[in-house]
Ligand binder design. Structure first.
Ligand SMILES: [Mg+2]
Length: 360
């Protein structure tokens, strides 16, 4: 089998009715993108997410004529393209999107779901709903209603944001308390700082909310502050989750060796694709660290299901990315778990007519 071409579909879905923000990033619009890798045998691999069309031309030159089943060879061709490969940044995430589409293709060619091809550890994996952003006019009451809505959708773990300077530590701690009280002791509460603080502020806040038993404390410091995050890991009982802004096995080696992470959140797109994610998971397993991939469940659940140290997967399909459901069926989420499909590849169910309608 040979790769014949790569195509991309991208469109804007316009401005958000209600912009939202975390501690550092304000989201005001939404869009959708999909890439497709075609072969001479009529099998097509697809993946979605991430506007990476600016490098697709280069990737096409590197992959056309290659056998898509040779995963390592394809990855190495993409990585070595720059001649002086750089292990971090947008280019790695672009490789990630293509690599995931290649795995979808492999699954379809072999008639097996990705989670099995990648390792095949279990078919049902824990999932959490990621939300709890800040919004104009969104107070504690609205935050609590959102979290209760997640439980009603079948989640047993929910994530909320803290760290926006406009909120302040005391108010953020109050938000955490309210959510814990609302969801009760039997559901898990994850708290995400999105890199907003220095280590001392994070330790102070971590102690303020320890009584509410957070499941994890996510990205308390900037992604390059290994030393500060290691101090937080050492100071708090709450595990520190991190890695959505880290790239490749080499970046994760440094993060893990610095003792700056308890739960490894390698995002399969950002880190360089499934091929690279598996290497990171293997490295983490040697340190007895669990993997909790950042990003949506369509892709991430395959990662968690593939490896023995998979912990939990993130989901936005009932929060800030409901627009994706217009184009792809949401995964099967019930009783706190995602059940992985038996369908080949990623097992995505595309709503082709909705995509064509948007393309006009
Ligand atoms: Mg995060």
């Amino acid at each position: 089998m040979k790769i014949t071409t790569i195509t991309a579909t991208e469109f804007s879905l316009g401005p958000l009715e209600r912009p939202y923000w975390n501690s550092i990033i304000r989201s005001t619009s939404k869009g959708f993108s999909r890439i497709e890798i075609h072969t001479d045998e009529g099998v097509t691999g697809t993946s979605f997410g991430g506007n990476r069309s600016h490098v697709l031309g280069r990737f096409k030159d590197l992959l056309v004529g290659q056998d898509p089943l040779n995963a390592e060879a394809c990855w190495d061709r993409l990585y070595a393209y720059n001649r002086k490969p750089v292990a971090k940044g947008e280019y790695i995430s672009a490789i990630g999107v293509v690599d995931i589409a290649l795995w979808d293709l492999r699954g379809k060619a072999l008639g097996q779901p990705c989670w099995k091809l990648l390792g095949g550890h279990r078919q049902r994996v824990p999932v959490y709903a990621a939300g709890g952003y800040y919004e104009e006019g969104k107070g504690i009451r609205e935050l609590v209603a959102e979290m209760e809505g997640f439980l009603a959708h079948g989640y047993q773990a929910v994530k909320m944001k803290v760290g926006w300077p406009g909120a302040g530590l005391k108010h953020d701690a109050e938000r955490v308390r309210a959510v814990r009280e609302a969801i009760g002791p039997d559901n898990d509460l994850l708290v995400d700082v999105n890199n907003a603080w220095d280590a001392n502020t994070a330790i102070k806040f971590g102690r303020m909310i320890e009584r509410y038993e957070p499941y994890w404390f996510e990205e308390p410091t900037p992604a390059d502050d290994y030393r500060g995050q290691a101090a937080i890991c050492a100071a708090l009982d709450t595990p520190v989750a991190s890695g959505e802004n880290e790239f490749t096995r080499w970046g994760f080696r440094d993060l893990i060796e610095a003792k700056a992470v308890d739960i490894v959140q390698a995002d399969p797109r950002t880190c360089g694709g499934f091929t690279e994610w598996l290497k990171i998971a293997a490295f983490a397993s040697a340190y007895h660290l669990p993997m909790a991939p950042h990003g949506g469940p369509h892709v991430g659940a395959h990662c968690v299901a593939a490896v023995s140290n998979g912990l939990i997967v993130e989901s936005y399909v009932h929060s800030v990315q409901t627009h994706v459901n217009e184009f792809v069926e949401p995964p099967d989420i019930r009783d706190g778990y995602v059940t992985l499909p038996d369908r080949p590849g990623l097992g995505l169910i595309w709503k082709e007519d909705a995509i064509q309608r948007r393309l006009g």
